[in-house]
Unconditional design. Sequence first.
Length: 370
Amino acid sequence: MHKKKILHIITSLGDGGAEGVLYRLISESTGEFIHEVVVLSVDKKYEKLLKLKKIKVYNINLSKNKIEITKLFRLYKIIKQKKDYIIQTWLYHADFLGGLLGYISGNRNIYWNVRTSEISFKSTKIRTLIVILLNAVLSWIIPKKIIICSKNSINVHKAIGYKNKFELIHNGFDPKIYLPKKNFKRKNFNLKNNQIVIGNVARFHKVKNHNYLFSIFEKVKNTPNLRLVLVGTGMNKNNITLMKMIRNYKLQNKVILLDKRNDVFHIYKLFDIFILTSFSEGFPNVLAEAMMNKNICLSTNVGDSSLILNNKKFIIPKNNVKKSAQILKELILKKNNSKWKKIKEKNKIHIIKNFSLIKMVSKYSNVWNS
């Protein structure tokens, strides 16, 4: 059988949600499609993993601060040479560059992939806002379909002028990668089995709203045997801004920083409660991953978090510390309640049933074969 060829163009192959989805998608569909990947920037994590799977990766190495004509021309040449490929772009900048250059080259099998569900005109960089607004215009011309991972995101993008050619495909998760490791124990992370561990997995960025997380935790910090574990890029003692926050809330003896890790799929097993305090998300992968690992989860109402949680009781307000802390405290007090175990089991079943990797791959396959 003749395999269709897909040229993926993505802004980065670093440690992000979209990059992880792309990697899982390619890993699960190599039997049906031939995949190649163009990455615009330098981040390496998934580039290495893709190469281990014998996937061809082209690194354009574009600068974020200047226009480099020779590198853009190289990108155009790669796209032009792949005229019989379907072009699948990922993230705004790749949607713009990959989509535009693909269209100029004569390719009409172009699909975009939008990963954001909320656009803040205050906190988003000006150049990114310009790209988003240009994409709104180009969306009427270039892509056959715009794949989107969050229901909320459809309304947000329609409101700023995107053509309604959206295809909703939620992110998918593979239960196999969350199987427990024998050597993964709390004592290896300076944690005790009798402690209640609250966890958060997110890079240090204002959109992740760590200050709000600390202000909530500060209200419950006197609970015996309570710890807060933070995982992600920038979660280390060299981060001056982070350490200042921790000192301001007097949490030095309560917070454990684990920085960026390659074994994050297993880190969730350290947590009793997972909390997400972001201002904005698309489809928050970390929430689904935490539920897959049987964490009790709390989240601000961002992106599709309410859909993932499947229970309004676990939604916390974005700007009410007192109420959020009260919800967290009630959960902590119920730790030994039999309902906890039932909720944990339900969380895992809900993710497997509604957000499986197989289901996600099948939907992408249907789009590319349409």
